[in-house]
Design a protein around this ligand. Structure first.
Ligand code: ATP
Ligand code: MG
Length: 332
């Protein structure tokens, strides 16, 4: 089986883009793959987090992943900081990564703009991510479009390391959905929907929003002054295109069928109602399972403990292999 690794940050409320761009694909393909899904709390620390919030969000995210349909028998789901190899791999890979590679990352530039003080961790984020992936010899990294550049960087780091120290890493490929790989903010379709903005009114559909809230947010979504309901890459039609993309991925229909369905709609109001309907239908059972899972935090912690053990059993030996390649002496 092909090995899959992906991560998600406990940095706020999980939003529909995370589900459509990443989690849904993980769930749909979990049978075919050997899966490692990591709750990347060390990555979340690259921007300020309130400690109690971070603790809560980490468990909450675990519950969300199980609620969304990841099966702990088929997937190793674990917390990044529980497997110390990740932080160590980051250091080792830092030493083969030219700093210029990091300075040109667009996520760094965008996130740095929003911070009063930019941490070294924010610059180093993609190297930690490369370590995450390479420790598992993952072949595939299913992510949203915004992470394409970081997966490319992980490939570059793997290739550079292999070149300097000899064949050590599988060179991974990013797997990015063609539609749904970049869900846009409903308040601003020029900006991707993000967890860290999910608290801003009208920006995101959060996985735990109740049906009324979901309807309100979608009804308020920014569109344009036209009334034509079709897929389009024209910038001024980005809002409608975004709603259609959400509809397509949630229903599993193809583009032509989606457009045919709305051929007789009376404007964007109809589109919004239908999108809200299918989103509510998809999220309601997830929210219910989430609530049940959060009732028993001990059971959740036990699942994460088991995940960490399994992850450790792969990442530990791999870390030793990296250290040996680089000339470090292993403890006897
Ligand atoms: P943050 O704002 O803290 O960076 P985020 O919403 O970008 O949060 P991440 O934890 O950084 O979420 O990313 C988790 C996964 O979700 C990644 O695979 C990422 O590519 C994907 N993803 C994030 N936002 C979107 C989006 N708007 N559309 C599609 N995929 C997305
Ligand atoms: Mg992100």
């Amino acid at each position: 089986k092909r090995r899959v690794f992906s991560g998600i940050q406990p940095s706020g409320d999980v939003q529909l883009g995370n589900y459509i761009g990443a989690i849904k694909g993980w769930v749909d393909r979990q049978e075919e793959k050997e899966n490692y899904f990591c709750i990347v709390d060390l990555h979340a620390l690259t921007v300020p987090q309130e400690p109690d919030e971070l603790r809560h969000q980490t468990r909450s995210l675990a519950a969300m992943l199980f609620a969304a349909g990841l099966d702990p028998e088929k997937c190793t789901i674990f917390v990044q900081s529980h497997v110390t190899a990740h932080a160590e791999a980051c250091w080792l890979l830092n030493c083969v990564t030219p700093i210029g590679w990091l300075e040109r990352m667009t996520q760094f530039k965008a996130k740095a703009e929003n911070q009063e003080s930019v941490s070294t961790g924010l610059l180093d984020y993609p190297v930690l991510m490369a370590g995450d992936i390479l420790l598992y010899d993952a072949h595939e990294v299913p992510v949203g479009e915004d992470q394409r550049q970081h997966v490319e960087l992980a490939r570059d780091i793997a290739q550079r390391f292999n070149h300097i120290y000899g064949d050590t890493f599988v060179v991974p490929v990013g797997v990015i959905p063609e539609i749904g790989g970049r869900v846009m903010g409903l308040n601003d379709p020029t900006m991707k929907m993000s967890k860290s903005y999910a608290h801003i009114r009208g920006h995101a559909i959060r996985m735990l929003d109740d049906p009324k809230e979901i309807e309100r947010t979608i009804k308020r979504a920014v569109t344009d002054t036209g009334n034509e309901i079709r897929f389009s890459d024209e910038p001024e039609r980005a809002g409608v295109n975004n709603l259609l993309g959400i509809y397509k991925v949630i229903t599993g229909m193809d583009e032509a069928a989606v457009e045919a369905e709305f051929a007789n709609a009376r404007g964007y109001g109809d589109l919004k109602s239908r999108v809200a309907e299918v989103v509510v239908e998809a999220l309601t059972p997830i929210r219910e399972r989430y609530e049940a899972l959060m009732q028993d935090v001990d059971a959740l912690d036990r699942l994460l403990e088991r995940g960490a053990e399994r992850a450790q059993s792969v990442a530990g030996p791999k870390l030793d292999e990296i250290k040996q390649s680089m000339g470090l002496i292993l403890r006897s």
